[in-house]
Design a protein around this ligand. Structure first.
Ligand SMILES: Nc1ncnc2c1ncn2[C@@H]1O[C@H](COP(=O)(O)OP(=O)(O)OP(=O)(O)O)[C@@H](O)[C@H]1O
Ligand SMILES: [Mg+2]
Length: 340
């Protein structure tokens, strides 16, 4: 099973470079208990579920076509709700093409970055220039910055750009769109002839609905849908996904979460989102190992749900409690409110 390079837990990943362990842990580094080590190891695993593979193949196609065609490149939009795994896909793909430091220049075949909140031409251009290693990313007008981006794309050998958090272009919940930035992006794609992969929440699609020129370039689209149990087929897919995860757990005996009767409970507990499945199973592994159990039983899942997903849960709304009344937990104040 592959490990992804940028996949340290978010808090560590987000630490500024050069942050020493002493600064992170002023009272000394806490010692790593075996249960923690096993959980870290588990969380580093990359699960290649079908939607993940489909999205990666779509990126490969976009990359390959962009590399071989000189005409306007076809771009790709990948959408999915929060926690569906978009950024994981981006990081995994980018990690296949590490930067190469040559004597005069850094080769960056895949440029991978997140859009800033409240994007403007200025701050997006700056962000791209920083990622390209421009020594003065904030210097110059929007036009000169764009010019430098085009030159640096050529000299760094950029073949593909992956822009995450694309929903930032839809400025607010009323759907106001940053047209100027979207137009600028279109011009950048034309000028560089490099395909762009945009990743973001489902509301990104609105940008393309309203901007026909961008839409034409983003006909290929991929959606990372959460798992579902609505149909038998979907429920089987979710059960297979849980089995794959199960094969990665460090416990010696089969755990409850792959039992047919527990699969729907796993769905209610996670809303079918990989993020929550990983949170729940990691927490269950930790509890089981700390208590020296050989497997994860339903009671461990009940406590893991409380610990990792909803600390205030009552018995009727904990999917692993005998009092649970089966339903989606998406009302106000519940863990999946806002999700369908
Ligand atoms: N393929 C995968 N294998 C293993 N774990 C994964 C995978 N995809 C996602 N995860 C887990 O889910 C968490 C959330 O995933 P990710 O950050 O990629 O979601 P996202 O769609 O980018 O969410 P957001 O829209 O909030 O940024 C990851 O930190 C990781 O723990
Ligand atoms: Mg993300």
């Amino acid at each position: 099973m592959e490990k992804y390079s940028n996949d340290r837990p978010k808090r560590l990943r987000d630490m500024p470079l050069g942050h020493s362990q002493r600064e992170m842990f002023p009272n000394g580094t806490p010692s790593l208990r075996p249960a923690d080590a096993a959980v870290f190891e588990f969380r580093r695993k990359l699960i290649r579920h079908p939607a993940f593979t489909t999205a990666v193949q779509a990126i490969e196609r976009c990359h390959l076509y962009g590399h071989h065609l000189v005409e306007e490149p076809d771009c790709l939009l990948i959408t999915g709700v929060s926690g569906a795994g978009k950024s994981t896909i981006r990081r995994t793909y980018a990690a296949r093409y590490p930067r190469e430091e040559l004597e005069e220049i850094t080769m960056i075949r895949v440029l991978d970055l997140e859009l800033p909140a409240a994007p403007t031409i200025k701050n997006v251009a700056e962000r791209i220039l920083i990622a390209l290693g421009d020594p003065y990313p904030d210097k110059g007008s929007a036009e000169t910055k764009t010019g430098r981006i085009i030159t640096l794309f050529k000299s760094c050998g950029v073949e593909l750009v992956m822009l995450d958090e694309f929903q930032q272009f839809v400025a607010n919940s009323e759907g106001k769109i940053e047209y100027k930035v979207a137009d600028w992006l279109k011009q950048l794609i034309n000028a560089t002839r490099v395909p762009f992969v945009l990743l973001g929440l489902p509301r990104c699609k609105r940008i393309l609905e309203l901007n026909e020129q961008l839409r034409r370039r983003f006909l290929p689209q991929a959606t990372l849908s959460p798992f579902s149990i609505k149909t038998k087929r979907e429920a089987i897919k979710f059960a297979e996904f849980l089995s794959t995860i199960h094969s990665q757990t460090p416990l010696s005996k089969p755990s409850a979460f792959i039992e047919p009767a527990v699969v729907p409970l796993m769905f209610y507990a996670t809303n079918g989102l990989i993020d929550y499945v990983m949170k729940l199973t990691s927490s269950a592994i930790q509890i089981a190992l700390e208590e020296e159990r050989e497997c994860i039983d339903i009671d461990v899942l009940r406590r893991a749900f409380e610990k990792a997903i909803w600390s205030q849960v009552d018995r009727e709304r904990n999917p692993f409690d005998s009092e649970f009344i089966p339903r989606l937990l998406n009302k106000d104040g519940e863990p999946f409110s806002g999700y369908c």
